[in-house]
Write a protein that binds this ligand. Structure first.
Ligand code: LLP
Length: 420
C-alpha cells in the first residue's frame, strides 16, 4: 500500500502527508503515482495470456495528468461523453484505443468521435445504431461498433451501479442484440467488430463475469457463423476494491477464472477498469473545524463535504477515515463526521467508531481516488479542492484549488444586459 504510517504519521509513498497539507490546505485530494501504475500493471499481468487492451474508464478520475500517466503505460480509454474524448485527446493519447459507451450519445458527440477515429462505439439501442450509421454516411466513413449486450446477471452490488440486469437502461438483451447485429450487417456505414458488456461496478467476485461470459459465448459463436467480422470482446469494468472489510477478487483470481473462458472465443479482449486502478490510490484530506455535542450525538464538523465526495450521501458508501497523526492516548467514540453543507445528508461517516479528534486535526478519507473528485460539484458555492499527485518523496499539483472568481466565470456578471 502506498499510504502508510511511519512513526505514527501518515505518508503517501515517501512523502509526509502533513507537509503537503500545510502547503496546499484542505480539503485536498492526494493520489499516489506508484499505486496507480502498480494497479494498472497487476491487471495487465493477470490477462497477459490473452491479447488484451486495458481501456481505463475516464469517468472514474478524469484528471488529465492521470490520463497521461496511464496513456504512457499503454492504456486505452473507455469514455462516455464528448468531454471525456476531449480530455483523452488533450492528454495526447491515441484515439485509436478509445471505446465509447453510454445510452445517450448526441449527434455532436458521434461526429466528434468519428472525426477522431476511435476504436469503436458500444451501441446501446437500435436508434443509436441508425444514427451512427447516418452520421458515418454523412462523413463518408465507416463506424466500428460493438453492440452492448445486457446479459441479465446480478453482479451483487449497489442497485445504482448495477448495469447488467435486464431492468436497467443499459444495452440490449441477447435476442435483440442478435437482431441488431443482423441489421448492422446490412447498414452501409457501420462495421460490427466487437461485442460489449458491462455488468456493474464495485463487483467483488469474478463469478458474475463468468456467468455473463457463459451466456455471451453462444451468441459470439453464432455471430461469427453469421459472418459478423468480430475482433473484440469487451467485458467492461467493475472490479471492486476494499473500502472497509470487503474481500474482493484479486486480478490473479479474476484472470484464472475468466481467461480459460475467453481464450476459446479467439477474440482480442478489452477490459474497462476504473475504480480498481485509482480507487485506493487516493485520499481526501480534511480539517476538523468544530466538534459539537447534540444530545447523545457527537458531530465532527470538517471542511470537506458532500460536494467534494458525494459517495456516502448518494450510496451510503463507506469510506474509512483515519487521522494524519495517530495518538495513543485518545479514546474511541461513536461520531458523525459531517461537512458544512446545509443538508442532513451531508456526511462522510455516520455513527462511526473512531478515535476522537481535536478541533484543528487533519483526517484522511481513504479510497477517494475513484468517483470522488470526478463527481464533485460547486454546491453551496463551495470551490472544488486541489488535486495533487505524489511520486516518491515529492508531489505536484495536478489541479489547482478553485477560487471564488472561478465560481462566476461561466455566469453573466454584467447586469447592464438584463432587466433586474
Ligand atoms: N465501463 C462502463 C461502460 C461503465 O459504465 C463503467 C462505470 C466502467 C467501465 C468502470 O467501472 P469501474 O471499473 O470503475 O467499476 N459513481 C459510482 C460508480 C459508477 C460506475 C459507472 N460506470 C460509485 O461511486 O461507486
Amino acid at each position: 500500500m502506498c499510504f502508510k504510517y511511519k512513526n505514527n504519521q501518515l505518508y503517501c509513498e515517501n512523502t509526509l502527508v502533513r507537509d503537503i497539507v500545510y502547503k496546499e490546505n484542505t480539503p485536498l485530494f492526494i493520489y499516489s503515482r506508484k499505486a496507480i501504475i502498480n494497479n494498472y500493471n497487476k491487471l495487465k499481468k493477470a490477462f497477459s495470456k490473452l491479447s488484451t487492451l486495458i481501456c481505463y474508464s475516464v469517468k472514474c478520475n478524469s484528471n488529465i495528468y492521470v490520463l497521461k500517466l496511464l496513456s504512457k503505460e499503454g492504456a486505452g480509454f473507455d469514455i462516455v461523453s464528448g468531454g471525456e474524448l476531449f480530455r483523452v485527446i488533450r492528454a495526447g493519447s491515441k484515439t485509436a484505443n478509445v471505446v465509447y459507451a453510454g445510452v445517450g450519445k448526441s449527434t455532436k458527440e458521434i461526429i466528434y468521435a468519428l472525426n477522431h477515429g476511435i476504436l469503436m462505439f458500444t451501441v446501446e439501442s437500435e436508434s443509436e445504431l441508425e444514427r451512427i450509421n447516418a452520421m458515418a454516411q454523412k462523413l463518408n466513413t465507416t463506424a466500428n461498433v460493438a453492440v452492448r449486450v445486457n446479459p441479465d446477471v446480478d453482479p451483487k452490488t449497489h442497485r445504482y451501479i448495477t448495469t447488467g440486469k435486464k431492468e436497467t437502461k443499459f444495452g440490449l438483451d441477447i435476442k435483440r442484440a442478435k437482431a441488431a447485429y443482423q441489421w448492422a450487417m446490412m447498414l452501409p456505414c457501420v462495421k460490427p467488430i466487437g461485442v460489449h458488456m458491462h455488468i456493474g461496478s464495485q463487483i467483488l467476485s469474478a463469478k458474475p463475469y463468468a456467468e455473463a461470459i457463459d451466456k455471451m459465448a453462444p451468441l459470439i459463436n453464432e455471430l461469427k457463423d453469421m459472418g459478423v467480422p468480430l475482433e473484440y470482446f469487451d467485458i467492461g469494468g467493475g472490479i471492486g476494491i476494499v473500502y472497509k472489510d470487503e474481500n474482493p477478487v484479486s486480478p490473479e483470481e479474476f484472470g484464472e477464472l475468466l481467461v480459460p473462458r475467453l481464450k476459446p472465443l479467439g477474440l482480442k479482449i478489452i477490459i474497462e477498469p476504473g475504480r480498481y486502478i485509482v480507487g485506493n490510490a487516493g485520499i481526501l484530506v480534511t480539517k476538523v473545524e468544530y466538534i459539537k455535542q447534540s444530545g447523545d450525538k457527537t458531530f465532527v464538523i470538517v471542511d470537506a463535504a458532500m460536494n467534494d465526495l458525494i459517495r456516502p450521501s448518494l450510496y451510503t458508501a463507506y469510506h474509512d477515515i483515519i487521522p494524519l497523526k495517530k495518538s495513543k492516548n485518545r479514546s474511541k467514540k461513536i461520531l458523525d463526521i459531517v461537512g458544512p453543507i446545509c443538508e442532513s445528508g451531508d456526511f462522510l461517516a455516520k455513527d462511526r467508531e473512531i478515535t476522537m479528534p481535536d478541533e484543528g486535526d487533519f483526517l484522511a478519507v481513504k479510497s477517494a481516488g475513484a468517483y470522488s473528485f470526478s463527481m464533485a460539484s460547486n454546491y453551496n458555492s463551495r470551490v472544488r479542492p486541489a488535486e495533487t499527485l505524489v511520486s516518491g518523496g515529492s508531489y505536484q499539483i495536478i489541479r489547482r484549488r478553485e477560487t471564488w472568481d472561478d465560481l462566476l466565470k461561466q455566469e453573466s456578471v454584467s447586469v447592464r444586459e438584463y432587466v433586474l
